[in-house]
Design a protein around this ligand. Structure first.
Ligand code: HEC
Length: 113
C-alpha cells in the first residue's frame, strides 16, 4: 500500500512539473520558440530578469515597448513579437490569476489552537 502511494505521489509531482526543460546556457525554458526569444532578449541582460517577471501579456508588451523607447531594443517583426509574447505569457505569465488566497478552512487546518 505504501508503495502504491509513493508511486502515485511521484507520478503526480512529475505531471505537475510538466517536464519543462531549461536551456543550461541561457536559463530559459526550452520550446520551439525559445531560440527566437533568446536571440532577441538576451543581448543586453541575463534571463533572470525575464524569469523573475511573472507578468500578464499586457505587461510583457509594455516592458518590450519601454525597452524599445528608452533602452535601445530594436523593432521586432510583428510575427516574431507575437511568438515571443506567446512564449512569455505561457511560461512566465502571471503566477496567480486571482486575488483570492486559498480558502481559510484549508489555511487554518494546520493550526493547533
Ligand atoms: C537593447 C538591449 C535590450 C534588449 C535586447 C532587451 N532588453 Fe530587457 N532590459 C534592458 C535594460 C537596459 C533593462 C533595465 C535593466 C535594469 O534595470 O538594470 C531591461 C529590463 C528588462 C526587464 C525587467 C523590467 C523591470 O521592470 O524590471 C525585463 C523583464 C526584460 N528586460 C525583458 C526583456 C525581454 C522579454 C526582451 C526581449 C523581447 C528584452 N528584455 C530585450 C535592455 C534590453
Amino acid at each position: 500500500m505504501k508503495k502504491i502511494i509513493l508511486i502515485l505521489i511521484l507520478f503526480l509531482s512529475a505531471s505537475w512539473a510538466q517536464n519543462l526543460e531549461i536551456n543550461p546556457d541561457t536559463g530559459l525554458i526550452i520550446d520551439p520558440d525559445s531560440p527566437l526569444v533568446e536571440a532577441n532578449c538576451l543581448a543586453c541582460h541575463g534571463s533572470n530578469l525575464i524569469t523573475n517577471m511573472h507578468a500578464s501579456r499586457k505587461a510583457w508588451l509594455a516592458a518590450i515597448r519601454w525597452m524599445q523607447d528608452s533602452e535601445g531594443l530594436w523593432e521586432i517583426e510583428p510575427e516574431d513579437e507575437e511568438k515571443i509574447l506567446n512564449y512569455l505569457e505561457k511560461y512566465y505569465g502571471e503566477k496567480y490569476d486571482t486575488r483570492r488566497r486559498i480558502p481559510l478552512a484549508i489555511l487554518l487546518q494546520n493550526k493547533t489552537h
